[in-house]
Design a protein around this ligand. Structure first.
Ligand SMILES: Cc1cc2nc3c(=O)[nH]c(=O)nc-3n(C[C@H](O)[C@H](O)[C@H](O)COP(=O)(O)O)c2cc1C
Length: 175
């Protein structure tokens, strides 16, 4: 696939096969995150790779649901993907969130290129920044002075989803 083709094939996948990624697949996705540009080449992002069956993700899911007053959901927040990658960044660096956004899209496109599905996940933000912030940061080995920015679920697709539609004329101005 060329880059534009890969961009057009990426969509949010909310259903995964019960099949782990190979070490090679995981490495390609992580390298895509590491190869993403960062402001002033600061490289202030940290990537925490978590297996989908880890108990700590159940705790995080429960906390997210408690904060949102949700219960009895059919899926956890990462739709039972075999792998979740949490991206954290330096708390006091002006561009950490932008850099994390660039890295997560790079990884999502790499996953698409490999024929995998992925989902960018922000819904755990409040849980990661709430009362249990220090507890979760320790659990997910987020470095001192860093905080959670965004996450990516990755795995083999069990469902398909069309690319979202958009209205270019509303979103673009030419001067
Ligand atoms: C910053 C960000 C956070 C997101 N958080 C979630 C999330 O927590 N849960 C979810 O199911 N989708 C999440 N999404 C996926 C969006 O809902 C999705 O990208 C959007 O609906 C467009 O669909 P597409 O990705 O298939 O093109 C997030 C996307 C972005 C960019």
């Amino acid at each position: 696939m060329n880059t534009l083709e890969t961009i057009s094939k990426r969509s949010s996948i909310r259903g995964y096969e019960n099949r782990k990624l190979t070490g090679e697949e995981l490495e390609v996705v992580l390298q895509a995150g590491l190869m993403a540009p960062t402001a002033t080449n600061r490289q202030e992002l940290h990537f925490t790779v978590v297996g989908g069956d880890e108990q700590c993700l159940k705790e995080l899911d429960d906390e997210k649901n408690a904060l949102r007053g949700l219960s009895g959901l059919e899926h956890n927040f990462y739709y039972e993907a075999p792998t979740l990658i949490l991206i954290s960044g330096e708390t006091d660096f002006r561009w950490s969130e932008v850099d994390a956004g660039i890295a997560v899209e790079n990884m999502s496109l790499a996953a698409t290129e490999l024929g995998l599905g992925s989902l960018i996940i922000g819904c755990i933000y409040d849980a990661m920044h709430g009362e249990k912030k220090a507890y979760f940061e320790k659990m997910f080995r987020i470095p001192e002075g860093y905080d959670f920015k965004i996450a990516l679920a990755v795995g083999h697709r069990a469902v398909e989803k069309e690319q979202h539609t958009f209205e270019a004329e509303k979103q673009i101005s030419f001067l």
